[in-house]
Design a protein around this ligand. Structure first.
Ligand SMILES: C[S@@+](CC[C@H](N)C(=O)[O-])C[C@H]1O[C@@H](n2cnc3c(N)ncnc32)[C@H](O)[C@@H]1O
Length: 199
């Protein structure tokens, strides 16, 4: 299949920006504040990229299934040695299914690349064990100036209340959404939310 790798031009430099590392670390620590992780925990990181979020969680979990469509981003992840089991699945989760059941699904800065949010949240629910959790971090509503290049952006961030409603309508419980950090760019600051919920 010949599909365009929208992160091919970014992958090698992706981790050179300190703010990306800081954002992933902050999101990971907020995930840990809200969710009890153990060395038995198996999670999916959806849109794992170079692995910044899963790396920051890797001491606290047993296994991560890293799902990403971009060969260039996963190539960076493959080079990392981490203190948990890492299973990389290079696929487009909007078009393919993965027949596994995990304890939790985390995702950071990926949902704004997904056109049909509701369909993806429903797909997440199917991949979770009965007491599983989701932890979704992404941009809050913005004016379209966050991205300076086309990496396949489908949403200019999300309204927190609307996003929470979508998740609740998909059957999730204990939904909590809060602003957890900001990304500072020279022209503006952009809020990042974290939503946590259980199946
Ligand atoms: C902005 S990057 C975020 C990477 C990482 N989560 C982080 O916080 O640094 C978004 C990632 O989502 C992946 N992605 C976008 N759409 C996807 C899809 N439909 N299926 C799998 N991965 C996807 C991209 O390839 C990219 O690596």
């Amino acid at each position: 299949m010949n599909r365009e790798d929208k992160f091919a031009h970014k992958a090698k430099e992706y981790e050179a920006l300190q703010r990306r590392l800081d954002t992933a670390k902050t999101i990971a620590s907020k995930v840990k504040e809200n969710i009890n992780l153990t060395k038995e925990t198996h999670i999916i990181d959806f849109g794992s990229g170079t692995g910044l979020l899963l790396e920051a969680l890797s001491n606290d979990i047993g296994k991560v299934t890293a799902i990403d469509i971009s060969p260039s981003m996963t190539e960076i992840l493959r080079e990392k040695e981490l203190p948990c089991e890492v299973d990389i699945k290079e696929l487009d989760l909007t078009k393919q299914d993965l027949d596994i059941q995990v304890d939790g699904i985390v995702t950071s800065m990926t949902m704004h690349h997904i056109k049909d949010i509701e369909a993806m949240i429903k797909k997440f629910r199917k991949m979770l064990k009965s007491d599983g959790f989701i932890a979704i971090a992404d941009l809050e509503s913005e004016d379209g100036t966050f991205h300076s290049e086309d990496t396949g952006v489908e949403h200019f961030g999300f309204d927190k209340d609307e996003f929470k409603k979508i998740v609740e309508n998909c059957g999730f419980k204990n939904c909590k959404i809060e602003t957890v950090t900001k990304i500072s760019k020279p022209h503006k600051e952009f809020n990042i939310f974290l939503l946590t919920a259980t199946k």
